[in-house]
Design a protein around this ligand. Sequence first.
Ligand code: C2E
Ligand code: CA
Ligand code: CA
Length: 663
Amino acid sequence: MRRPWLSIRAAVLTAIVVGVVLPALLFVLVDQRLARSAQEPAVERNRAAVVALATAAVIEPVWTLSEPALRAALERILSEPTVCEVAVLDYQPAAAPVEHRDLRCVAGTPVVRREAPVMHEGQTIARLRIGFDGRAVDQALAERRDTTLWLVAAQVLFGVAVLAGVLSLRLLRPIDRLKQQAGSLAASGPGATFEWPNDDELGQLGRHLSAVHAQNRRFVDELEAKNAALHRLAMHDQLTGLPNRRLLRELFEHEAAAARREHSTLALLFIDLDHFKTVNDTHGHSAGDELLVAVAQQLGGALRGSDVVCRMGGDEFLVLLPRVEGWEQVAATVDRLLQRLTEPLTVPGLKGQVRIGASVGIALYPRDGADFDALARTADLAMYRSKDLGRGRYSFFHADLDTDFRARLELERQLAEAIEQREFVLHLQPVIDLSSGRTAGCEALLRWQHPQRGLLAPGAFIDAAERTGLIHPLGRWVIDAACAQLAAWRSAGAPPVRIAVNLSAQQLRDPLLPEALRAAMTRHAVGRGEIELELTESTLLAEGEDTLATLAALRGAGALLALDDFGTGYSSLSYLKRLRPDKLKIDRSFVQGLPGDADDRALVQAIIAMARALGVSVVAEGVETADQRDWLLGEGCVLQQGYLFARPMAAEALDLGATVAIA
Ligand code: C2E
Ligand code: CA
Ligand code: CA
């Protein structure tokens, strides 16, 4: 705790008073004492001399009894300035004493009386009494005191003036300046510059302080510059230089406040690039980075100056559109954005031009979210909707999406559990060889025995499995279950058949898949050619070199390759030649229109002819009517699959030995 104490100014004043004025007063007092003790004996001596002289002066008149002469003598004695009273006592002829009194010895004034005998020839003839003015010493001392006081006062005044001047100039004022300087140092503002011309201790201290101040200023400047840089770093995406989520959030707060005041609308776009992961995986991260930078520029170019683009991380961007007129305007802006994004981009790392699409979700403030996080989430949900609808498009948020999203999360959670709990079964659908009527093979179709919802077809959960990556363990389980089924049939003495297993595009990215296949085949003693893998042609077209390598490894392990849903993708003949599949499966959508639809007839005929030319077997799937079966048979397509023959069913329900009779 700091003690309340005198300021330096007050302390110095007190010191002057105590150190100069008090000693001076003391000096005056002591001087009076000394003077008094020196004066008093002298005065006494003087009085004795006066008494002696006076006694001598009155001897003659007293002896001669001459009264006039005595009075004249007394007058003379009284003229002595210190004498104020004189009397002759025991004077023979007079009854009363002869007395002379001066005015000075009025009643009340101190009178010092001295007596002496008047002698003549050894005989006392009378007594003389002289009264002296008792104030003489005091008057002399008072005079002396006044003079001393004047002198001392002059000295004190002069001393105080000199001392105060020096103290003020050399001490108090510099201290005030030091205080000011220290204050501006503490405030660490730019502050005034302080000059210190004196080379005394305080001057040195001041210059020291100036140096510290200057140094401080430099530190503060440096710190501020660094802070600004850090702030920039913290608020911007390093790669693209775009604002990051934090900055966008701040800008959003600002715009949202304006929107509330003006009752206007804000739009938040959630943009996710389509197939960016493929670019990253195939061409490397630096090419991916270049692409992101190019996309960032492209986005900026398609927007108004007041719109804000931010990179969230990865291939996700957020765009804030302040003051939008209505959803039509937002839709037009997003259309323009998507248009821009599908224009070919030149990216050096990709050795040429690429087209990248995006899926966009749109949320409007305040309708779809009360704050930034809520709005970003609803925009995100809407973006997922766009992805579900087939990418390369935009969706506005609506409340159902939220429910959908929750359901989706729940499904993903349950799916993970289901894999642990082994809630999956394979259903099998036979492929009939109509030349013999026998079952040539089976397609394994995955089912989920859901504890609440019952048996679920793949359409209900494959997407979720792909999104979560659970498709990998699930796919490996399917392969193992198919191999186990083959082994079970063999040990039951059933006729040899092959099982076709469906693979989705993503599964080709599972590097463990070939090894899992090899292990399952070994474990269940499954021979080469007993497992067939069904892949869609579009899947294969879209994939890169690494997926082709996985495919080669799978075939190397002994699996056959069937192109599923053939005719629905962008079939490239050269690709077909390069890939050399073992089988084509004519998609159900073409079989449906048979035999009435001329286009379907022409397409199916072409596929059959192509398969024959390449020496590849061909299967028609989704055969539901005898007419379809017969027309296909007439075209030479003997392998058929569909509800007409059998629905997918549990293995126990399937009779491999049964034959199909054709009328
Ligand atoms: P897909 O490979 O085209 O399978 C044929 C689908 O057509 C099956 O549907 C089957 O039940 C159905 N189907 C068969 N005959 C007929 C018919 O005559 N008429 C009609 N309308 N439909 C018929 P499912 O079982 O719902 O499977 C749907 C898709 O799920 C499959 O299409 C396949 O792409 C995928 N899938 C099935 N199992 C698996 C699996 O284990 N792994 C992966 N990745 N995908 C699977
Ligand atoms: Ca299939
Ligand atoms: Ca199919």
